[in-house]
Design a protein around this ligand. Structure first.
Ligand SMILES: [Fe+2]
Ligand SMILES: [Fe+2]
Length: 175
């Protein structure tokens, strides 16, 4: 579905309970496609808060699926604007949300910059959020950043990553 006709932000369920949120790049910057993933469960997860400036359209997209104040976890693969830029904008709207990152990311960036202490996941650590069980896999410098990791959803066999398969344009299918 299109969640905002002006920005063209799109929300698609790409696996059971996992929604892909994408705002076309001409609205943001650089011609690249940036993605956030919302995992709908007892403890909803937003994997990538998105850039700070388009916070309103990202929050609107989340709100089409669940009330933002249900968010329990907000984090990303590594610390950059497209992954964490809107984190502090989300926190007041999501009072129960806890930021998360890999241990290195929490130590070097997330816990300092976030308005709330971040949970640092160690390599292989699991987060049970209801039906989904998420495992943090530490992948330093892949694709970049010593804090980098990916989140593997054991229930659907889905790997959530950041900046790993860079693609330009807004016409590509969700992935
Ligand atoms: Fe990024
Ligand atoms: Fe990156």
């Amino acid at each position: 579905m299109i969640s905002n006709q002006v920005s063209g932000t799109q929300v698609d369920e790409v696996a059971d309970g996992i929604c892909h949120i994408c705002t076309p790049p001409d609205v943001i910057r650089g011609g690249f496609t940036f993605n956030s993933y919302l995992i709908v469960d007892d403890e909803p997860v937003l994997f990538h808060a998105g850039f700070r400036k388009p916070f309103a359209v990202t929050a609107e997209a989340v709100g089409k699926v669940i009330a933002a104040d249900r968010l329990r976890w907000i984090g990303g693969s590594h610390f950059e604007g497209d992954e964490y830029g809107a984190l502090n904008e989300f926190l007041p709207a999501a009072p129960k949300a806890e930021p998360f990152a890999g241990r290195v990311g929490a130590l070097t960036s997330a816990s300092d910059i976030a308005g709330r202490e971040a949970r640092g996941l160690k390599d292989g650590e699991r987060l049970s959020i209801g039906r989904h069980r998420l495992q943090w896999l530490y992948t330093p410098h892949v694709p970049h950043g010593w804090d980098c990791g990916i989140l593997f959803d054991e229930m659907t066999g889905t790997l959530l990553c950041g900046d790993l398969f860079t693609q330009p344009g807004s016409k590509a299918p969700p992935g």
